[in-house]
Design a binder for this molecule. Structure first.
Ligand code: C2G
Length: 139
């Protein structure tokens, strides 16, 4: 059984996340996702809309995902790879090259990101349309 590992914040789940998870699962048989805790997001300078517990439950309900583990720090990947006997590490190519050091332990693949969608685009679009609607309704 080929065991695959990936990490992310996975806030406001969108098609870019789903495409990544689908392709990662297609490359193996069992997909583990390390999801950033709220404290680790603060280190990444990311503020997730959904708290860790909710993001974890949402990920666990996605058909491609077999197991979700917490990501507490940048430094846990080698430990996780060994503990979960990972054969393949996958990330979107916005991380191209950043995790090549893991190739001493497993195969490393970077997959093309889905263009035109991101959590920050969603947040911006929603806030912009809210402002526009408010102005139109003189709120
Ligand atoms: N992704 C993608 N296409 C998008 C948006 C995201 O393929 N349009 C991929 C990213 O490349 C990443 C995964 O979806 O592999 C999760 O994205 P984020 O939640 O933004 O993860 P990030 O904040 O980059 O955290 O230790 C690694 C970090 O935890 C990664």
């Amino acid at each position: 059984m080929k065991r695959v590992l990936t990490y992310g914040t996975y806030d406001l789940i969108h098609i870019g996340h789903i495409n990544l998870l689908r392709r990662a699962k297609e490359l193996g048989d069992y997909l583990i996702v390390g999801i950033s805790t709220d404290d680790f997001n603060a280190i990444k300078n990311k503020k997730a809309y959904h708290p860790f517990h909710d993001r974890k439950m949402i990920l666990e309900s996605i058909r491609y995902v077999d197991k979700v583990i917490p990501e507490h720090s940048w430094d846990q990947k080698i430990t996780d790879l060994k503990e979960h006997e990972i054969d393949l590490f996958v990330m979107g190519d916005d991380w191209e090259g950043k995790f090549d050091f893991l190739s001493d332990y497993c195969e490393v693949i970077y997959l093309p990101r889905t263009q035109g969608i991101s959590t920050s685009i969603i947040k911006t679009d929603i806030s912009t349309s809210f402002v526009k609607n408010s102005e139109e309704r003189n709120l």
